[in-house]
Ligand binder design. Structure first.
Ligand code: MG
Length: 486
């Protein structure tokens, strides 16, 4: 689906993976670490992550920021570890991490100004098996952005990140609007380039889609300073066809799909409808309380684009609509609705998508969700806030990681505090994977049943000696021994 981009993800056959296979891979990797004389990662939770709500140290020096330090030299092997490729190493293809997953915001994390953030390409390789533990980690994308078909955006992302991104692992801001197509007949769709959002809305099942351009084409006085181009006139619908009048049209709901390309006229038209009698065009409610519902695909006020400073996003238009409505309606308040992050419902949607993706792509068909989902974002107000709220509500752990490549400015205090602050998405991925490995290690040391290792064997490994444990009890090692013997 990604055009000429060749998939980098290894072909996975649908299969039921047990935790023991992943644990086995981990064990081999850890033995490998011992052979190389490298120290095993310690439990990162002990001192360098933030619990939600804990105070954040204000510092603008990465090096001095102990709690926020991205330098992991204290407790983690710094240099890349020799790939597990020598003939004595029983790793033929990466195993799938079945106990954790990643979810990524896109703008400011992976992409900025239409170009990939350099570390993003490497981060995707790490998730797809190019890591010291030889594991593949499932992941999805959850962006507030939009304005294109999901398939198109996935093609862009595939090209930019040099991987194969499927719509099955992608949610954008307007994806949940799909669910409203049966509820409303005639809707106003705002934002995006040209006719694109109308097409997306129709593909979602909306039957009668009107755009601000259609309305201006019918009555240019509605937006005194907006002149439609000839191609806009050409592509817009003729609402006056067959003797129709604008006042015959009732807008049942307004959906702002993507960022407005002309704030003045879009703001005017949304306000006109908000102040109308039940959504009927060219009417005005006396009480200003009869307007139809207004939905925004997200509410991010700022976002990270190509410019060195953050740019205004859809959330700024939303606030403008509400503020100007109040100012022009005798103080009456307008309540609009927003999808996207930080709404917990969006994260619940993501949970369902992740479950489906893990089953379809990775053969993880058990009903158990991943114990931990690492969410990597650049905007405290949407990414961190939403992840932390989901973590409060969810049975599994949602672990927020904030990067410094987008909206969040290093050295400032984020309004919503992440569990971990790192420089780039690559640091985020490495942190999550190593934290998982440390969890596995600590589980063993506390007598957990993840691996058939006794205390003596564990001690031997951590001291760099060859452990003497029952190989036959470890299915992965046993399978390897069988393959060696044949
Ligand atoms: Mg972002």
């Amino acid at each position: 689906m990604a055009g000429n981009v060749s998939p980098k993800r290894p072909e996975m056959t649908a299969r039921q993976l047990s935790s023991s296979s992943f644990a086995g891979t981990f064990e081999v990797a850890r033995s490998k670490l011992s052979e190389l004389g490298l120290k095993e990662p310690e439990d990162l939770d002990s001192d360098d992550t933030l619990a939600p709500g804990s105070p954040i140290p204000s510092t603008d020096s990465d090096e001095s920021a102990g709690i926020y330090s991205t330098s992991e030299s204290d407790d983690l092997p710094e240099s890349p570890i020799t790939p597990l490729t020598d003939p004595t190493t029983p790793v033929a293809e990466p195993d799938v991490a079945d106990n954790f997953a990643f979810a990524f915001d896109i703008d400011g994390v992976l992409i900025r100004g239409g170009r990939p953030i350099p570390e993003a390409i490497e981060a995707m390789k790490v998730l797809n098996g190019e890591n010291e533990f030889g594991i593949t980690v499932p992941y999805i994308f959850l962006t507030n952005g939009g304005g294109k078909f999901e398939t198109e955006r996935c093609q862009d992302l595939s090209r930019q990140l040099e991987i194969d991104v499927s719509p099955g692992q992608f949610i954008c801001g307007h994806t949940p609007m799909r669910e409203f197509s049966a509820r409303y007949n005639t809707v106003l769709v705002v934002g995006g380039e040209g006719e694109k959002c109308r097409e997306v809305a129709k593909s979602y099942g909306f039957r009668d889609v009107i755009t601000p351009g259609d309305i201006i084409k019918a009555n240019a006085h509605i937006a005194p300073f907006r002149r439609l181009t000839s191609s806009e006139i050409e592509s817009s619908r003729d609402l006056l066809a067959d003797g129709g009048k604008l006042s015959d049209i009732v807008i049942e709901a307004v959906f702002v799909f993507a960022d407005s390309r002309d704030w003045a006229s879009d703001l005017q038209i949304i306000l006109d409808i908000a102040q109308s009698k039940g959504g009927r065009l060219e009417t005005r409610s006396e009480a200003f309380d009869e307007g139809p519902p207004i939905y925004f695909s997200h509410s991010d006020v700022l976002w990270s684009a190509a410019h060195e400073h953050v740019r205004l996003g859809m959330g700024a238009l939303r606030r403008s609509v509400e503020t100007v409505f109040e100012h022009t309606s005798g103080g009456k308040k307008l309540k609009t609705h927003a999808f996207g992050k930080p709404q917990v419902s969006t994260f619940e949607f993501a949970t369902r998508l992740l479950q489906q993706w893990r089953a379809e792509q990775h053969g993880l068909t058990e009903s158990r969700p991943p114990a931990t989902v690492y969410f990597v974002g650049d905007t405290p107000e949407s990414d961190v806030r939403g992840t932390n709220a989901m973590n409060e509500k969810s049975e599994n752990e949602w672990y927020s990681i904030l990067v410094k490549t987008g909206v969040y400015q290093a050295g400032t205090e984020p309004k919503y505090k992440p569990r971990k602050l790192v420089d780039t998405v690559l640091d985020a991925v490495n942190h999550g994977i190593r934290r998982e490995m440390a969890k596995l290690g600590s589980r063993k040391s506390t007598g957990g049943r993840m691996l058939p290792l006794d205390d003596a064997a564990l001690k031997a490994i951590t001291e760099g000696r060859t452990p003497s444990f029952d190989l036959a009890a470890d299915p992965f090692t046993a399978a390897f021994n069988m393959s060696k013997a044949s």
